[in-house]
Design a protein around this ligand. Structure first.
Ligand code: NAD
Length: 312
């Protein structure tokens, strides 16, 4: 397989690259290093099967040139910061919708037909039932980030319908693990390093979400890719369990060996505008294909905290 991985220098993308390289695949990473880091790819730099292109997905001419001669595109790049949409309203339009259009158009012009896409559970927004299957609809996101993801899914589906593409779309739960550069665990560790006596927690701490370890996500992405062959393969990638934000705070405090930390809640059921306070993804479609997470949500969080602290 000759794989083109957008966002391959990021948290999830670099784990995917590690896995593909360990299987002996040929991999090109296309990344502009806005949130990715070259150090995540250092181990592959001298491998003949590996190439790194530092460029932006918004530069369609470069995407068209570099994507040539690949068999499959893993489109992982995006703005990963959901909250930025509150202040930068064009960001997810460009990094979600336009960047995905550029990838699809470059694929079409180079006759590449297979795309694997990292979407998110945020496309569902708030649902009456908290265990959400893929068929749930209408999907009406409440964040700019969610809108960018849903627009990207729509474009991918349109390129399948119009140009005979084949796609694997994964709606991830929250992903945690080593190389994580953002999200609740990183935020708590940063805050406690600055002030070990007090921790600001966004919302009321009761937000309850499934956390999936990066190693389970990568296994899931490749398992679904290898075991489903519809034209458009849509999967939730989550775990059966979930963890509250206060529980994450307690685990971070324990793992940092701190005592008597005062939790200060900003209040309200959401951490920020567009936050989904409670959800659970129904991953039974992936489970039926033979994939199951190795770590529960609490285990994934605990493991990620240890990994991140060990690498500070
Ligand atoms: P990340 O920020 O670590 O990775 C994103 C990568 O994309 C970075 O390396 C960044 O430099 C690159 N990138 C961004 N814009 C680019 C552009 N215009 N051109 C080229 N490269 C660009 O984030 P992550 O957490 O690894 O997320 C990876 C994907 O998974 C994203 O699409 C994200 O929306 C999705 N996702 C993540 C989570 C999570 O919990 N981390 C949950 C659901 C979905």
């Amino acid at each position: 397989m000759k794989a083109f991985v957008t966002g391959g220098a990021g948290f999830i993308g670099s784990h995917l690259v590690d896995k593909l390289m360990s299987r002996g695949e040929t991999v090109t990473v296309y990344d502009n290093f806005t949130s990715g880091k070259q150090e995540f790819l250092e181990q592959h730099m001298n491998n003949d099967n590996f190439s790194l292109i530092e460029a932006d997905l918004l530069d369609l001419d470069t995407v068209k040139k570099e994507i040539k001669d690949h068999d499959v595109v893993f489109h992982i790049a995006a703005n990963p910061f959901v909250r930025l949409g509150e202040t930068q309203t064009r960001l997810d339009l460009e990094q979600g919708a336009i960047a995905t259009y550029n990838i699809l158009e470059a694929m079409r012009l180079n006759n590449i037909k297979k795309i694997v896409f990292s979407s998110s559970s945020v496309v569902y927004a708030e649902t009456p039932d908290i265990s959400i299957p893929e068929e749930y609809g209408p999907t009406l996101p409440i964040s700019m980030y969610g809108a960018g993801k849903l627009a990207a899914e729509g474009l991918i589906s349109a390129f399948c319908g119009t140009f005979g593409f084949q796609a694997w779309i994964y709606r991830f739960a929250n992903v945690v693990g080593i190389r994580g550069t953002h999200g609740v665990i990183v935020d708590f560790i940063d805050k406690l390093n600055k002030n070990p006596g007090e921790l600001e927690i966004l919302g009321d701490g009761k937000q309850q979400k499934p956390y999936l370890h990066a190693c389970d996500v990568i296994d899931g992405i490749l398992h679904g890719y290898e075991h489903s062959n519809e034209q458009l393969n849509l999967f939730n990638l989550g775990c059966d369990s979930n963890t509250t934000v206060t529980r994450i705070a307690e685990m971070v405090v324990e793992e940092m060996g701190l005592k008597n930390v005062e939790f200060k809640y900003t209040g309200g059921k959401r951490g920020w505008a567009g936050d989904i306070p409670r959800f659970q993804l129904d991953a039974s479609k992936m489970n039926k294909l033979g994939w199951k997470e190795n770590y529960t949500s609490d285990e994934a969080v605990r493991k990620a905290i240890r990994e991140i602290l060990d690498n500070l």
